[in-house]
Design a protein around this ligand. Structure first.
Ligand code: FEO
Length: 397
């Protein structure tokens, strides 16, 4: 009989569930490849469940727990993170295992009360505290704001396993395999970036603090709450997280535009050609009326320069363009090189808005912005070329 790949290590079982049904994570972010809600069961003299489950998947989840436990009760639920995609089954867990103790820090317990009205059978832990399950020792590291104030990580000291919560997680359901070496990883690197850009990017500084806190912690198995469990590529994952949380941009340009009747799109095409003619690579182009906002955020987060185009619409930016700038400003993406272009019919709003955005976000604005009147035509080619040149100069600088 083949070995159960859900047994990650002797006594450590993966009991997570794949979600290939939900369209939007947090009702916002698309899930073209699904998502996994990872949960881990540690069976020792005591049994501990580490991270719970989204409520809608309780049925499958409890079936998995029953298979592994064979009638044993769960003694502890370690709550690394209270967001309902991991805590939604807490009430049901308490009913199934009446002796269950919920383990969390002071902020976790405050949220337990607020979300679920739970105040009893809780064990409060502080940063650095340990809990013995028999032969396994769990140590808790508080890592606030990765992604909520109560977030913490749990470390199984003897086998050097870090249960990291949302940190190091990614979108994408797990297609059969669970650990990195069992999976085709190519889609997960992009999905990790997209997860980070959409969910965690506002909290770059806390992520950096968490990485510093964990710098001396040896990790042989990295178990996040979403996406693959990492064994072979732990150093790559930690390094990517370090770069992403420093908002480090890679060489490359994103060109994102809105266009009602195709004129701004034509100017975008011209600018893209001029960038390519100057050796810029990669260039990623998004029509904001068509592209998935989470993919746009991922790409802007990844590359060092952003060129945005917009028609003037009701005296303002085209709504999809304004939405992108708002998403970026609210996430505090570190300074990028920015250039703007646009079109107007009788009064232009775009140059003013580019300036305001760059001032508000401390981004480096390439001037002058390029704006055509009524229709785009070839007479604007020189302006497009100089905009591309300005971007390239700043990229080189
Ligand atoms: Fe997967 Fe912040 O919850």
């Amino acid at each position: 009989m083949t070995k159960e790949i859900t047994e990650l290590l002797p006594g450590l079982h993966y009991v997570g569930v794949n979600d290939r049904t939900t369209h939007r994570f947090e009702a916002l972010w698309s899930l073209p490849y699904g998502v996994s809600y990872n949960s881990y069961l540690l069976t020792d003299e005591k049994v501990a469940l580490i991270d719970g489950m989204e409520e809608g998947f309780a049925g499958t989840y409890f079936e998995r727990l029953d298979e592994v436990l064979g009638g044993r009760p769960v003694d502890y639920l370690i709550v690394n993170h209270m967001e309902p995609d991991h805590s939604g089954v807490i009430g049901q867990l308490r009913q199934r295992y009446p002796g269950l103790q919920i383990v969390g820090n002071a902020k976790t317990l405050e949220m337990l009360r607020g979300f679920y009205g739970i105040t009893d059978n809780c064990l409060t832990v502080k940063d650095g505290d340990t809990l013995s399950l028999g032969s396994c020792t769990l140590r808790f590291y508080l890592t606030p704001m990765v992604h909520w104030p109560e977030t913490m990580m749990t470390y199984w000291e003897e086998l050097k396993v870090l249960f990291s919560g949302d940190a190091f997680g990614s979108f994408g359901a797990l297609n059969g395999g669970i650990v990195d070496e069992q999976l085709e990883l190519a889609p997960f690197w992009d999905e990790m970036r997209r997860y980070y850009a959409c969910i965690v990017s506002k909290f770059g500084r806390p992520v950096q603090q968490a990485l510093k806190k964990l710098a001396g912690v040896e990790i042989e198995l990295l178990c996040p709450t979403h996406g693959p469990v990492w064994r072979e590529h732990i150093a790559d994952v930690v390094s990517l997280y370090d770069r992403m949380s420093r908002h480090e941009g890679e060489p490359g340009v994103v060109v994102a535009y809105g266009s009602m009747y195709g004129h701004t799109a034509r100017m975008a095409e011209e600018i893209v050609r001029e960038l390519a003619a100057r050796g810029v690579k990669p260039i990623v182009v998004h029509n904001l009326s068509v592209s998935d906002p989470s993919m746009v955020l991922r790409d802007v987060h990844k590359y060092r320069a952003l060129v945005v185009g917009s028609p003037t619409y009701n005296g303002e930016l085209f709504p999809e363009v304004a939405a992108l700038l708002d998403r970026l400003a609210s996430r505090g993406v570190a300074p990028r090189i920015f250039a703007g272009f646009g079109g107007m019919t009788w009064a232009g709003a775009t140059p003013r808005r580019w300036k305001e955005f760059c001032e508000r976000s401390a981004w480096e604005l390439c001037t002058p912005a390029v704006e055509f009147r009524q229709g785009y035509n070839r007479s604007y080619r020189e302006l497009c070329a100089s905009l591309a040149e300005n971007v390239v100069e700043k990229l080189r600088g």
